[in-house]
Ligand binder design. Structure first.
Ligand SMILES: [Zn+2]
Length: 128
């Protein structure tokens, strides 16, 4: 994993891209970076990272068990960033339910909030 390409499809190695964020050495400097690192966290089933980068006020809508289930029951294939500005990132995440050969697309516009010097995922609007 260490020297391989980052799962978020940035083209960088994991160590130069999402690893410092997932390990807590660095914080995401933009909402897009946070988005990419959260996709990587889904690939690696880093439930704590996904939970901890969700805005505190919104965590009530998520459970670690559900995050873990969604993360593990799919093979995460690819992340495509469609458009992003300071607070909103539109993306498509391509995945396959394990055991299925149908590629599914999760198309979402995510809104992020900058709070206490860190970016957090607030909520998403789904397009599929
Ligand atoms: Zn990455």
């Amino acid at each position: 994993m260490e020297n391989k390409h980052c799962p978020c499809c940035s083209g960088l190695s994991f160590n130069e891209c999402c690893e410092p964020l997932l390990s807590g050495k660095m914080f995401a400097s933009t909402s897009k970076e946070l988005m990419c690192s959260r996709f990587t966290a889904y690939v690696l089933c880093d439930v704590e990272y996904i939970y901890n980068t969700t805005l505190k006020a919104e965590r009530i809508n998520y459970s670690k068990a559900e995050i873990e289930k969604w993360s593990k029951e799919n093979n995460w294939l690819q992340l495509e960033i469609i458009e992003s500005n300071e607070f909103v990132v539109e993306f498509k995440a391509y995945f396959q339910l394990k055991g299925s050969n149908v590629v599914e697309v999760h198309h979402e516009k995510s809104t992020f909030v900058f709070e206490n010097c860190k970016w957090y995922y607030a909520y998403g609007v789904y397009n599929n």
